[in-house]
Design a protein around this ligand. Structure first.
Ligand code: NAP
Length: 318
């Protein structure tokens, strides 16, 4: 131990990286801890079409990974110290906060929680066993494995429909399975899906079972209106198909259960991103917020870092 940072940021998604950028520019002694790859969910998003100023490249699209690479470089440029580690527990009560990793304990005057969210699972039999064997939560990561095969996408929101469009680059046919008869996705994304010849829709349907001996080759689907159940099997020539699940997200907040106030696992903050614990702030998708986008996560990170700077300067914390 010994060193006390001004700020520890947990999570290097858009919220954490932006907090790092702002903290670095404010000359706060900052440690940014990330357990996986930078970017969180956005790192595995194939196209970002709604980040302002972001229509770059000849085809006017940019991947999440490209956008995140610039954010990472920018935070590093302003002197944020980086650590690749899994945070195992936190002590948030006192004026000095303690963040534990497997090997070490880090101390700081303030903590920004920017741990994001993870994809929600269907929760049906066979899903866990067949994940990575036909079932996927990331089109960018796994789409190319399905070159020429049939693919199903579960969900009707922006993510499901955008990723279904992306998957048509590889799959010979993409069927969107949605539990209602109307998509949740915004009009601009819907239009592109309806205009795509490779995309079909299975309305009022939910997946209740995924089957296969080592590889996904069957799926049981229930009609939400009639209750009728049917088995969908892979084309015998293929012997397999893909199921991509995009049915929303759950916050990565377990580490903070019982330590900061939450509602339905999302961390509650005020407008300045203070949690109910002095010196502890939250930003991005882990926070209870009406909109979860890259732009809102970045804005949260900026507000949180600037508030840390103000609270330290005024002596409210530290
Ligand atoms: P979402 O908007 O919460 O949509 C989740 C979809 O999954 C909905 O269609 C929902 O059905 C369905 N669903 C939920 N639970 C289900 C279950 N247990 N079984 C079957 N279906 C289920 O999630 P998202 O699409 O991932 O989007 C998350 C946020 O990111 C949104 O704010 C979205 O606007 C944003 N986003 C934006 C972009 C973009 O603008 N380019 C791209 C991706 C994401 P119902 O419709 O019936 O509820």
């Amino acid at each position: 131990m010994g060193k006390i940072y001004d700020l520890i940021i947990i999570g290097a998604g858009p919220a954490g990286l932006t907090a790092g950028l702002y903290a670095g520019r404010s000359r706060l002694d900052t440690l940014l801890i990330e357990k996986g790859q930078d970017g969180g969910q956005i790192a595995i998003t194939s196209e970002i079409e709604n980040f302002p100023g972001g229509l770059s490249g000849p085809d006017k699209t940019e991947s999440g990974a490209e956008l995140i690479a610039r954010m990472t470089a920018q935070a590093a440029h302003f002197g944020v110290e980086r650590l690749s580690a899994n945070v195992s527990s936190v002590e948030l009560e006192g004026r000095i906060k303690r963040v534990h990793t497997r090997d070490k304990v880090f101390e700081s005057k303030a903590v920004i929680i920017a741990t994001g969210a993870h994809p929600r699972m269907i929760g049906c039999p066979g899903e866990a066993e067949l994940t990575g064997r036909g079932v996927s939560y990331c089109a960018t990561c796994d789409g190319s494995f399905f070159e020429g095969f049939e693919v199903f996408v579960v969900g009707g929101g922006d993510t499901a429909v955008e990723e279904a469009i992306y998957l048509t680059k590889f799959a010979r046919k993409v069927t969107i399975i949605h539990r209602r008869d109307e998509l949740r996705a915004v009009e601009s994304i819907r239009e592109r899906a309806f205009a795509n010849d490779k995309i079909e829709f299975m309305w009022n349907s939910i997946v209740i079972g995924l089957h296969g001996d080592g590889i996904l080759s069957g799926m049981t689907v229930k009609d939400t209106k009639t209750g009728k159940i049917r088995l969908i099997e892979a084309d015998p020539d293929d012997g397999m198909f893909g199921v991509f699940v995009f049915i929303g997200f759950q916050p990565n907040s377990e580490l903070f259960f019982g330590k900061v106030k939450m509602e339905e696992r999302y961390i509650l903050t005020d407008e300045e991103k203070h949690t109910n614990v002095p010196g502890v702030y939250a930003a991005g998708d882990v926070r209870k917020t009406p909109l979860r986008q890259v732009i809102t996560a970045c804005a949260d990170g900026a507000v949180a870092a600037m508030q840390v700077e103000r609270d330290l300067a005024s002596g409210v914390i530290g």
